[in-house]
Design a protein around this ligand. Structure first.
Ligand code: FES
Length: 367
């Protein structure tokens, strides 16, 4: 308010402000008084409220949805054990997809969707839809209040007609119970491989190439690499030539590819301090798994001056001159080295797979 304004009580006792121009502004309290409580719209009865046959029909519809949810969960369980991991098919617009993943995803989606739709339809057709005024109480947690809460839940169950609609009660129980099984199975079965041999075996293993050494290929061009292509300080992201076979045969390649990623670097051979690292490389050119031994990010940063490899996720740092030992960060073991040689045509090849598991080291704790 400025100096030219005067204030006086209004008719309703609220304050009004008179401005020099004669305009009177009512206070907020008066403005609120001008609106009447609009109340609630008249209650409209639903079909199922008055017609028992409509209620029965709604009950069957809800039960059908919960039944479809159970069916989805059962398909999930069967597919989990029956559809082979490596089975794939061509999905237009996406490419090669894992059959098992698609079946599991669709069946689990149907299972949860049907529980949701069933619950919504149940609420819209059979549960009470009258407006209820709920008074606020102090938030107390006395035994009496808890007892009241339990009684209120029971009453809610009765209001939802659970005791009168055993079909819904049992199918809902079945749907929720069965739905928990796929979730448990997913959690238990998806915590990663615990078999050390499985982690150690990648498609760098000569068994994937009829026992012959495997060529190192540029990623993603998939062209072979000659030793003279690798100049001092250069870095190559490398995949095994066996990956192409996987792709040509339409196999599911993502997991194999993730485990096989390798980084190839050339440095002055005199800088390499560890004899084994030197022997497993060629003239200062060395290859290491690109999967961080902390939690599996791609170790893709190379500091040419210090010869350090850095993981961008949590800054684990590996020293290339010391067989990629960890010099900083949370990783607990060196990056596994891939032994390389040069074949008769001058291309770099791996005569053997990794001699230790690639990736995170959680498996060590199992021992
Ligand atoms: S994943 Fe590499 S440091 Fe954490």
């Amino acid at each position: 308010m400025n100096d030219n304004e005067t204030t006086a009580p209004g008719e309703s006792g609220a304050l009004v402000s008179a401005t020099p121009g004669g305009v009177v502004a009512q206070s907020q309290a008066d403005a609120v008084d001008r609106f009447e409580n609009p109340g609630l719209p008249p209650h409209v009865h639903r079909l199922a409220d008055d017609d028992e046959s409509a209620a029965k029909r709604a009950e069957r519809q809800v039960a059908t949805m919960f039944g479809l949810s159970m069916l989805g969960a059962l398909v999930f369980l069967v597919a989990y054990f029956v559809v082979p991991d490596e089975s794939t098919f061509y999905f237009p617009g996406i490419g090669i997809a894992s059959t098992q993943n698609v079946v599991l995803g669709v069946s689990l989606g149907i299972s949860i969707l049907m529980i949701g739709l069933g619950a919504v339809h149940w609420a819209k057709t059979l549960m009470p839809d009258t407006e209820v005024v709920e008074e606020r109480h102090l938030q107390a947690s006395s035994p009496e209040d808890r007892a009241k809460a339990v009684a209120s839940v029971s009453k809610g169950g009765e209001a939802a007609q659970l005791p009168r609609r055993p079909l819904i009660k049992y199918t809902l129980g079945g749907a929720l119970g069965l739905f928990a099984l796929p979730l448990g199975l997913q959690v238990a079965g998806s915590l990663g491989p615990t078999d050390v041999e499985e982690l150690k075996t990648t498609i760098w293993d000569p068994s994937y190439n009829d026992g012959k050494p495997i060529r190192l290929m540029r990623d993603p061009e998939m062209t072979p690499i000659k030793l003279e292509d690798v100049t001092n300080g250069s870095v190559f992201h490398v995949m095994p030539e066996t990956l192409q076979k996987f792709i040509d045969e339409g196999k599911h390649v993502l997991e194999a590819k993730a485990k096989a990623a390798v980084i190839l670097i050339r440095l002055d051979p005199e800088l390499i301090k560890v004899q084994k690292a030197r022997d497993w490389g060629v003239d200062g050119t060395v290859a290491y798994s690109k999967i961080c031994t902390h939690v599996g990010c791609a170790v893709g940063l190379y500091e040419q001056q210090t010869h350090h490899l850095l993981c961008p996720c949590h800054q684990s740092t590996f020293d290339l001159t010391e067989d990629c030992t960890v010099i900083f960060g949370p990783a607990k073991r060196p990056l596994p080295q891939l032994k390389i040689q040069v074949d008769d045509a001058g291309y770099l090849v791996a005569p053997q797979g990794f001699d230790q598991p690639v990736g995170p080291s959680f498996w060590e704790r199992l021992r």
